[in-house]
Structures are given as C-alpha cells and as structure tokens.
Design a protein around this ligand. Structure first.
Ligand SMILES: [Zn+2]
Length: 505
C-alpha cells in the first residue's frame, strides 16, 4: 500500500526531499529503504528463491513443461479477467506453435488502450502503477503488484547467487534515483540507505570537477557490490583509467541499457571484477540474466520468448528477430505475445559451461549511448536525461540535440494536443538540471532525427566543438524511419528496464 502511495506522489516528495540537508536525506532514503527491505526480504522472497534455485537442475523437458503450463494458465486467466483478451479464441495449447493462433501485440496498442489490459482479478488497491517512458518520450502505463515485485527480487537474488553473492550484501548503486538536488555543487553526491546496506550515488552530478570526490568515495567502498547503468559505470571507469587508478569491487551488476563489449572491458578493468548483465523491462513480461560463464540465459519462470521476423514468423537459428514476450508473473496486467521492440537471437546447440539448460539468448540491441558533455566538464548519461521524460504522455519522440557548446534543444514529436505543454515542462526540468551555464531551447518537429540504420538516439551531438568529441555529428540525418513503430518500440523496450531498476533501488 505504501509503495502505491509513494509512487503516486513521487514528484511532490522530490521537492520536499530536495530541501533537506544531506544527513536528513540519508534518513529519508533509509526510511523508504526500510519499507522496501521488508517487502524484498520477506520470507516469501526466500521461499521463491529456494524454488528458483531448485529449478537450476531442470532438464530441457522440465523447462518445456513448465513453460507450457504457465502459458496455458496465463492465457486462460487473461481471457477470463482482462477485457482485451475476452475475445481471444479458446483453443487448446498443445505445442508452442499453437501460440500463433493469437495475434502479436504491438506496444502502441497497449499504450493507447492501457485500461483494457488491466485484470479484474487484481483489486485496484493492490495495483502499483508505473510508467515506462522510453528514451523517445512515449509513455506506457504499467500495473503490477507487490507479489510480482517480490518474485522479481527473488529472480535478482538468484543471479546474485550465480555471482556467489548472498542477499543483503553491501552495495553501491548508480541507477536513476535523484538522491541529491540538481543544484548541489559539493560532495556528498550520495546518500545511505542503511536497512539495505546500500549507498545510492547520484548519476546527475558526474563531471571532471566532481570526479575526484566520486573516486575518493569509491575507494572507501572497495570490495562492495557495484550496480548501475552501463553508461554511468562507463563514465566512472573513464575517470578511473584517466588517472590510472582502479577500484577493486566485489561484483558488478548492470541493467537498463545495452552493455557493449568495449564498455564491459573498460568497467571490468577499472573495478577489477566480473560484470553480470541483465535484460528486463517494466512491463515485467520477460527476463534474461547473465551467468557466471558470461552467457545470457532466458529466465524460464518469468516469461515465454519468441523471436520473430518482420512477418511474425519464427527466425531461423542464429538469425536476429524481434523479441515477442508472454509474461507469466504479471497477472495485474498480462501481456500475451507482446512485441516490445528489442531484438535478439537464439544461441542454440551450445551448452553453457555453467550447467544450466535455460535457453541462451543474445540480445542484439545496437543503440549507441551518447553522453552529453557540457563545456564545464559535467557529463550526463542518456539514462540521466531520460529521467526527465518520465511523466510525458503526449510525445511520440523526444530527443536532446546538443547543437552548440552551450545550448541543448529539446526536440519533440507530438502525439496529441498536450505535447507542447509537456515539451515545455521537459525544457524547464532540463534547464534546472543543466543550470545557467547552458541554454535550453525546445521545438516541436514532425519526425525524429534518425541515424542511418533506423536508430533514434536520445542525445545527439551535432555542432558542439568540445575537443574532437563530435562522435555522432556525421552519422545523423533527418530521415523517415522505415517503420515508425519499430523504431519507437525499440527505444522504449530498451528503456523499460530502467523502471524495474527503480523498483530495485
Ligand atoms: Zn550459463
């Protein structure tokens, strides 16, 4: 119940929170942490974890049987309780191929008909609402329950176990929580959440100027777990390698963005431990976890994955296609054959050295993560700026164009008449975040800026002249996406993990 209330009033709380001095902010973070810890480390979580760990011995037949049963239950319950599925044909599910009797569900359909996907089987008072904004600004509203958050946490603890880490070990977190006010110019850029033995560091204050404070503090945290967005940990790793320093941590967990090999190598080198990556989303319909042998395993208890081509046919082995998920656990808002927009391919025929028979998947998300570099040395990861889009519901796309050293333009593509107002709100928030050194402008555009290949970056550096940092300038052109929804969904699918991270924080 408290979580529902907190989430519904998050922007109001933020204003109050920001006015407190640093020790009081830690007290508030700990108060919320106490509630989250009670939810996360309830006896039920450990019961689920025990079951999950026993599943690690599953044979292929057992995995198939579990997924088949879960599909039948999910579809049966959705037909009975969820308006959108009321007309789905009855039909028996004997093989996975029988799933194709039901249509592939596009993200835009869910976005526009959100209420139609809510289950009458979940009482309104138990629904926790969240929004997944997407780096392109299109908001999808999602509902889930505390039970689901707990099951999700149990899955996360299983990945911790794969890394040899027990629950509630001390950790340093760099996800999207705004734990320090934007205008703050002095350390500490972090708060303590004591019940969880967690330190939440701000991702909004990374700069050449603040790097020594961040690094000095990280030195004191050596040996702890580090978790965060890959682009943010990449910035910290750069700080460290520029100074020829390293910060041995225990293990690193990343999520919320693609983790590229170069970025992984840089992070593992700076923090001298292995990274365990994961792929998930706020819609809670699928999960992929990296094991100790560096392979990405589908979490078979969480959802069923199809990888389909543009014509909705299964891809051939090794070929890339669209992820289409049927989630087993989110009964508050079940999604059946949901094309989230991300892509990937199966890795068949090779057993993983870790011994798990959970299917191997390679997410092949290729979005580049650009970083906004201010002339005064401050660095903003895409995930930091993405937080500004959280409440936007009227934009099809929203991008940040860094076109002059001291200017950033908010460039929005509207979905409806409220778009201009929302865009101006984003502009104000960005101006607050960047401060008076930067000028923020805004404009409504008819189409997003698209790179060759159809990628729609959140941050685009076009005209700034910051010591040869024009990485993206040449690649950007105004172009009609080949398939607007594809591009739109792809970005949003990427984004969605971040909301899960918010639950995790
Ligand atoms: Zn493995």
């Amino acid at each position: 119940m408290l979580e529902r209330f907190m989430r519904a009033n998050v922007s109001r709380w933020q204003g109050v929170y920001d006015r407190f001095p640093s020790p009081a902010r830690s007290a508030l973070a700990s108060a919320r942490g106490l509630f989250l810890a009670q939810m996360r480390y309830a006896p039920e979580t450990f019961s689920i974890l025990k079951i999950l760990r026993a599943h690690e011995r599953w044979s292929m037949e057992e995995i198939v049987a579990h997924q088949m049963n879960a599909l039948r239950e999910t579809i049966g319950s959705a037909r009975r309780n969820v308006p959108h599925y009321a007309n789905y044909s009855r039909g028996e599910l004997r093989t996975f191929g029988d799933l194709r009797r039901w249509p592939v569900l596009e993200r835009e359909t869910v976005r526009q008909n959100h209420e139609q996907f809510l289950s009458s089987g979940t009482p309104v008072r138990r629904r926790i609402r969240a929004g997944t904004t997407g780096t392109t600004g299109g908001n999808l509203r999602v509902a889930f329950t505390e039970e689901l958050a707990r099951a999700n946490w149990a899955c996360l603890l299983r990945q911790w176990a794969w890394a040899g880490v027990a629950a509630q070990q001390p950790r340093v977190t760099l996800f999207g929580a705004r734990v320090v006010p934007a205008e703050c110019t002095e350390a500490p850029y972090w708060v303590y959440n004591l019940p969880e033995r967690q330190i939440l560091m701000s991702i909004f204050h990374l700069a050449e100027k603040t790097a020594p404070a961040y690094l000095a503090f990280l030195h004191k945290q050596e040996g702890k777990i580090l978790e965060g967005f890959p682009s943010v940990l990449g910035i910290l790793a750069d700080f460290a390698s520029n100074r020829r320093e390293s910060f041995p941590m225990r293990t690193i967990f990343t999520s919320g963005e693609p983790l590229y090999p170069a970025s992984r190598a840089k992070i593992e080198s700076a923090f001298q431990c292995k990274v365990f990556d994961s792929y998930g989303m706020t819609e809670y319909c699928g999960l992929i976890h990296e094991c100790a042998h560096g392979q990405m395993h589908l979490v078979p208890e969480f959802g069923f994955l199809e990888i389909l081509d543009a014509g909705d046919e299964p891809v051939a082995e090794g070929e890339e296609g669209f992820f289409v998920w049927t989630g087993f656990l989110n009964r508050a808002m079940p999604l059946i054959r949901y094309r989230i927009g991300d892509r990937g391919r199966w890795l068949h025929g090779s057993a993983c050295g870790c011994g798990l028979l959970f299917p191997l998947v390679i997410p092949t998300i290729t979005r580049e993560s650009e970083i906004l570099r201010c002339p005064d040395g401050r660095l903003f990861s895409p995930r930091a700026l993405n937080q500004l889009l959280k409440d936007a519901t009227s934009l099809r796309f929203c991008q940040f164009v860094h076109d002059r050293p001291e200017r950033v333009m908010v460039r929005a593509v509207s979905a409806n008449a409220r778009a201009h107002g929302e865009m101006m709100q984003i502009r104000t928030r960005l101006q607050d975040l960047l401060g008076p050194m930067m000028r923020v402008t805004a404009e409504i555009a008819s189409e997003p800026l698209v790179r060759p290949g159809g990628k729609i970056p959140l941050i685009i550096n076009t005209g700034n002249n910051l010591g040869g940092r024009r990485e993206v300038a040449d690649g950007v052109k105004l172009d009609e996406p080949r398939n607007r929804n594809d591009a739109f969904d792809k970005e949003n699918g990427m984004e969605s993990t971040q909301e899960m991270n918010r639950v995790q924080q």
